[in-house]
Structures are given as C-alpha cells and as structure tokens.
Design a protein around this ligand. Structure first.
Ligand SMILES: Nc1ncnc2c1ncn2[C@@H]1O[C@H](COP(=O)(O)OP(=O)(O)OP(=O)(O)O)[C@@H](O)[C@H]1O
Length: 319
C-alpha cells in the first residue's frame, strides 16, 4: 500500500449565507487507503467531498489533493479523481457496455474499447454487459457507476454513500471490490451510514454539524471514546420494558436493541453500574443476563453526536 499523504487539507470552511455548513476541517488521507467518512444527514460530508475535488471553493482553508492545490489546481485534480455522487447518473436505456463506451467517448479515454473491456472485466460485469442499466438491481447499478468512475484511471475515488439502499450481499461484494482497488494503490474516500462498512475502512472520520469530531482507525476511535458497555439478554418482553426505562436515563450514552439483546453504553463503568442499579428491580426478572462487552463503533458515534449537541455554540452550523 502506498503510504504517502494523498489528501492534506487544513481549516476547510464553507458557508451558505449565514450558515457555516463545514467548519475548519483538517484531514489527512494516506495513499492506497480506504477512508470512511461518517456523520448524520446534513453534517457536511458531501460539501467536504466537493471541496476536496475542486468542485467547490472553500471560503477558508487550504491544502492539497493528489499533491495539487485545491484552490488553484481544481481542473488538474478533477482529471485524476473518480467521483461517484449519490444519484445514479447513467442512462437507463443504454446497456452496461454502451454506458461505459459513451462515458469513455465523452472523456476522450485513450484506447477506448480496450479500456471499456478491461473495466467490465475488472468489476465482474461481463455476463451483464448487454443488459440495460435500467433493468439492473441497485447493487449492479452501483457496480456500473463505480466502473464509470474508473474508466479514466483516477488515482483517487470519492464515493458519496455509494451503497445507500443496496442489499447486504451486494454491499459486501462492492466493498470487496473497493479493497481490491485499494490494494492496487487507489485511494478511496467513502461516505457511509453503515457501521459494517465503517469497520471495513482503514481510517475513519466522524463529522457532525460541519465539524470534524474524531479521526483515526476504528480501534483508535473506540479507545479515545473510553466508553463502557453492557449487553443484556433475555425474554423479549422483559427487554422491551427494560429498554424503555433505560432510554429515559439521561446519564446513558446509548441504548440499542440488537436481535435478542440490549446494548447499553455509558461514559464509565461507574455511570453504567449506577444506571443499571436504578433498574435493579427489572434486572432481577428471571433469565435476564448482563454481560460486560467492548463498546462498538455505533456506541462511539452516538456518544460523539450527543457531545456535539452539548457543545453546540452560537457560531455553529446546526440547522
Ligand atoms: N448549495 C447549497 N446551498 C445552501 N445550503 C446547502 C447547499 N448545499 C448543501 N447545503 C446545506 O449544507 C449542509 C450540509 O450538507 P451536505 O450535503 O454536505 O451534508 P451530508 O453530510 O452530505 O448529508 P447527507 O448524509 O444527507 O448526504 C446541509 O444542511 C445542506 O442543506
């Protein structure tokens, strides 16, 4: 994996009228890595991605993308970036092959036919190459959209929620492909709301109300958050009642049901134990079992978001 810094930006800020939608974001992304961009809806992920590839000029801040200045060399950056937007932008009434050929023509890709064939093969689209894009399932459409981004052999892929609404199996295949591309040296910055996808990134950033709240590997983010967690399992009706009581407890960070268990997190073991002591009566119900577990990324992101709410200041960007 190439380890040079491919994205290196400081203090990126974007305002729309009175609203600051991205505030002083610093970001470093290593070459050949998959960098996950997470945060609630409207937190500024798309806006940041568009500033990185030169589609939007920041109001403040500076930096480089692929060694090029994001303010003055936007045109050169765009040539080396593959950007997959949230909307499927291909032609439903053209086949996979025709769509790719059309895009290759528009971008004047050299050795067009060979390049289209190679891209079709690279993404496992051979058997469906004659199929109309409009007839493809969500997962195949996303694969086609990814193929279209790769035709001009970019060095950096910016993928904005590429698997939204795609089923788990197709998402898994898509992510296997991202890992293969990264292993070939391509750098991938991808926004997502899915925790299983976040876990598959080499590094992560969490952005909320336009601010970067945390950056690092999944393990680093979990360690930095220093949360304590418990898993409570037992009969569904007892868990539902317990969940109701725990959700009322403002000292807790998160209470979430996962299958037949309740996952509860707090700022420390002491906070968690005190909260559980307050529902001691319910916990004594037969067959309820409380187990100490490691906090997961979802716990961390929920805690970060709650902190961001608490710290929200007058200059902030909350809608
Ligand atoms: N052209 C624009 N004019 C005014 N406001 C905008 C514009 N583009 C984005 N915004 C606002 O900026 C904020 C950040 O939007 P952005 O699309 O970057 O968020 P996001 O994190 O990508 O959200 P999502 O997860 O829903 O895609 C939102 O409140 C949005 O309404």
């Amino acid at each position: 994996m190439a380890q040079d810094i491919v994205i290196d930006v400081h203090g990126l800020t974007k305002r729309y009228g009175e609203r600051t939608v991205v505030q002083r974001i610093d970001m470093q992304v290593r070459g050949g890595s998959i960098y996950g961009f997470l945060g609630p809806n409207g937190s500024g992920k798309t806006t940041t991605i568009r500033m990185l590839c030169g589609l939007l000029t920041p109001d403040e801040g500076e930096g480089t993308c692929l060694g090029l200045d994001i303010r003055t060399q936007a045109r050169q950056i765009k040539r080396q970036v593959g950007y997959m937007t949230q909307k499927f932008g291909l032609y439903d009434d053209l086949s996979i092959e025709e769509n790719l050929d059309f895009i290759a023509r528009i971008y004047d890709v050299p050795q067009r036919r060979a390049k289209v064939d190679a891209t079709i093969a690279r993404l496992g689209l051979q058997e469906r190459r004659k199929q109309l894009a409009g007839a493809l399932s969500g997962g195949w459409k996303q694969r086609l959209a990814l193929a279209a981004c790769l035709l001009h052999e970019p060095k950096l892929l910016l993928l904005d929620e590429p698997t939204a609404g795609v089923d788990p199996q197709a998402r898994r295949v898509f992510w296997d492909q991202l890992h293969e591309l990264a292993a070939d040296g391509l750098t991938v910055l991808v926004s997502t709301h899915y925790m299983d996808e976040a876990e598959r990134c080499h590094a992560l950033a969490y952005i909320c109300y336009g601010r970067m709240l945390a950056q690092g590997t999944a393990e680093e983010l979990i360690a930095q958050a220093a949360l304590a967690s418990r898993e409570i399992s037992g009969p569904a009706d007892a868990l539902a009642q317990l969940s109701h009581a725990l959700r009322e407890d403002t000292s807790l960070r998160s209470v979430a049901s996962f299958g037949a268990a309740l996952h509860v997190s707090g700022d420390s073991d002491a906070v968690l134990d005190a909260a559980l002591a307050r529902v001691d009566q319910q916990l004594r119900a037969p067959s309820l079992d409380v187990r100490r577990v490691e906090p997961n990324l979802e716990d961390v992101f929920i805690a970060l978001m709650q902190n961001a709410d608490d710290n929200f200041g007058p200059e902030g960007a909350k809608p």
